[in-house]
Design a protein. Structure first.
Length: 368
């Protein structure tokens, strides 16, 4: 059996730290917590779980803080988590099993990061990260913001998920880090432009976000997956700005990089035609999205809703508006498989059963 050091960086995490540690304390062999300036009970809570609590002055660089936390590890492998992450019971079991059987020749184990879930427990955003790494390899974190672990060697993919359960959002924090990079005159990498665009978009600066995404796309260097989602996210910015022509153009541009259309793009194209009341075209694109299957081995972002319930719910609405209540009902039932308690889907079920001669009529409901 291999041994594991948990390494974390924290700051003012009193609301979530114990929740995180409770899910992993019986699996890891050592807990190292580096505090970067808490003013609440974070340190006190950390000391209830470990005497290995250390301090590091925050310098506006996540990679530096994470590298500091790795210095304190003494076991064979390092597992890192954020304070608002948890391991669900099934994933705790899987990690315990992995610990029993892991070949010490493995340098890194990737796990899913379920970065978002809906109110019904469905994963809304998932991607892979190198999560359990061999200490002897001395892997280093890179990047001021949206940092990454520079891993190489014998890497295996696991089916374990780390689930992010955020209860607060640090508004503007990451934007400030990027602004400091700009003020210093740092040269942005393609990855920097992509994540800077994301931060701008999430903070409502849509025109600036489009500029950052275009910088990413224009550079020949950079991860192709970032370019795919730069196009998709750029389309979302144009939708917010009311520019449907460039919204559609950006989604088509994503195909230049993905080669095979992604459901995230197809569903958005479907919604463009739905807004234009061109329902047959909308159904084509939603239908294509529903047929696509995300590749579990991919490390890029995946938004499962666009492959599952969302296109079916929207096809329900399109067929309803075309007067085909039977197909509308069938697609609502497909959506219901994934979200059986969704009030919109329950509402549609009652309405469509009425249209088919069962219950009184209500108003059709979609996701928008």
């Amino acid at each position: 059996m291999v041994s594991i050091s948990l390494c974390m960086i924290v700051k003012n995490e009193e609301a979530v730290l114990a929740r995180c540690l409770e899910t992993v304390k019986d699996i890891v062999d050592e807990i190292n917590i580096v505090d970067t300036g808490s003013t609440d009970r974070t340190v006190e809570i950390a000391k209830e779980y470990t005497d290995r609590v250390f301090f590091f002055e925050w310098i506006g660089n996540f990679a530096a803080a994470r590298n500091e936390s790795f210095k304190y590890a003494t076991k064979e492998y390092i597992l890192y988590l954020d304070a608002d992450d948890v391991l669900l019971e099934e994933d705790q079991r899987k990690l315990k099993e992995l610990k029993e059987i892991l070949d010490p020749a493995v340098d890194s184990v990737s796990m899913y990061y379920d970065a978002g879930t809906d109110e019904f427990g469905n994963v809304t955003l998932r991607y892979r990260r190198n999560r359990l790494v061999k200490r002897a390899k001395n892997y280093m974190w890179k990047g001021d913001c949206h940092q990454y672990l520079d891993v190489f060697g014998n890497i295996i993919n696991s089916e374990i998920s780390v689930t992010h359960k955020k209860i607060k959002h640090s508004v503007g924090r990451n934007l400030n880090i990027y602004q400091n990079k700009i003020d210093r005159g740092d040269i942005f990498s393609p990855r920097d432009y992509f994540y800077y665009g994301n931060e701008l978009r999430e903070n409502g600066h849509h025109e600036k976000a489009i500029e950052a995404y275009n910088e990413n796309i224009a550079l020949k260097e950079g991860w192709i997956e970032d370019k795919v989602y730069a196009c998709v996210n750029k389309a979302d910015c144009y939708r917010f700005l009311g520019d449907m022509e460039n919204e559609l153009r950006s989604l088509h541009q994503s195909f230049e990089f993905s080669k095979i259309p992604r459901a995230e793009a197809c569903s958005r194209i479907g919604y463009i035609y739905q807004r234009k009341r061109e329902y047959k075209s909308a159904i084509f694109w939603y239908g294509l999205a529903a047929q696509l299957i995300p590749e579990n081995s991919k490390w890029s972002f995946s938004y499962p809703a666009y492959y599952t319930w969302y296109p079916h719910l929207q096809m329900c609405v399109c067929y309803y508006n075309m007067g085909d209540f039977q197909k509308s009902y069938e697609h609502n039932e497909e959506a219901r498989k994934y979200r059986p308690q969704d009030p919109r889907i329950i509402h549609n079920k009652s309405l469509l059963e009425d249209k088919l001669g069962i219950k009184p009529e209500l108003e059709i409901s979609s996701n928008e």
